[in-house]
Write a protein that binds this ligand. Sequence first.
Ligand code: ZN
Length: 492
Amino acid sequence: MSRYKEKELYIYNTLSRKKELFEALSPPHVGLYVCGPTVYGDPHLGHARPAVTFDLLYRYLKLLGYTVRYVRNITDVGHLESDADEGEDKILKKARIEQLEPMEVVQHYTNRYHEAMNLLNVLPPSIEPRASGHIIEQQVMAETILSKGYAYEVNGSLYFDVLKYNEQHHYGKLSGRVLEDLISNARQLGTQDEKRNSADFALWKKAGPTHIMRWPSKWGEGFPGWHLECSAMSKKYLGDRFDIHGGGMDLLFPHHECEIAQTVAATGSDAVRYWMHNNMVTINGQKMGKSLGNFITLEELFNGSHELLEKAYSPMTIRFFMLQAHYGSTLDFSNDALSAAERGLARLMAAVSVLDRLKPGEGGDFDVGAFEQNAFAAMNDDLGSPVLAAHLFDAARFINSAYTGGASLPAGEMEKLRELFRMFVFDVLGLVEEKKEMGDLAARLVDLLLTIRMEVKNKKDYELSDRIRNELTSFGITVKDKKDGFEWLFDQ
Ligand code: ZN
């Protein structure tokens, strides 16, 4: 069902610094570009947050009836250790330490990233282009920028001329920075420096003799600057103007600011209609960092092996925890907060598990129409997933009381509630039911219940005996009667 005409989605545009009504450039099609990972290490919390944020956006746009072309790139070349075009290429450094071919590093960590995204139930993008697969497109764009006078060549490298650009355009309009401040705050250029100005950035870098990842170009052998890939690939797959560009707030400056400058210099105008940024993750109130000992990979979260973790947290707990905060707020990870999210998720899933067993009645104890309206209103207000979660908890409370016979709804309303509850939990929040291990105690209780059932059956109370079996079936327990007893299997 196409709903986008009826629903008014507002999103916070980093560029205008206000919430704006989302209007697709050519509905029902939406072009969405999100900066993906630089694949040189195991996926961690910093990867999960943008992935889950833009997965929520992607799912919701599709629910509203849009056809979304979602492009999320893989950075596999050109991302140097420092944003100031200095240091080693991150992929090359890893390859050197691990004694691998750079593309082995790229493939390994791309696979690891995909595995983690699958566990988090993050939908794959429509297109996942790699920077190293788009060298020609990047060269063409660099050449265009050069021919328009916004770049200069020094000794086989090409730099973007920020001062020149800023004469006609505003460098810093996205991040709210002023070029004069940037220059006065920057360190002085050394005599070795090829840049005319410290704010300039590389479009193409000459490869030194030991630099393995290198491609021929008219400026000599080299590799593209990090910012150029996103300008070139978004243009290739989404055109000169597209709807939404997303990424983490850490990319706002310089990466996204440079993307805008490159695109404007090459094509004459900014490609992006709405810029969206998710906020950062902290651990126990601290910024996450390898030197701080609080750098937690997703695998460590899922198996509980990091020393800061009291236990393992399932992928859905992590996903739900992220969605219980607004994407625009910082999100602090702690054992207490994760345990609270785990309990909240269990409450929602418990409600889902009894939905089909609710019996309609005469009562009108829950306003399904208001629930629908409030849930959509929450999402339409800049993807307000925490508010949506609060409405789902209200609905879960009613569902539980309807299940235990304390409240009821007429059949039609009950059916509508079932449909809406599932839609918001599964389709919008993207949660899935996770298989649970049955503990020892639970297994003994099932044995006990089935032994009592045998006695009940011997007394020919078939109604109660069937009821016990059916209730167990609904928990994923299959019961098989044998001549001298029973067998059972748990497969949720
Ligand atoms: Zn990017």
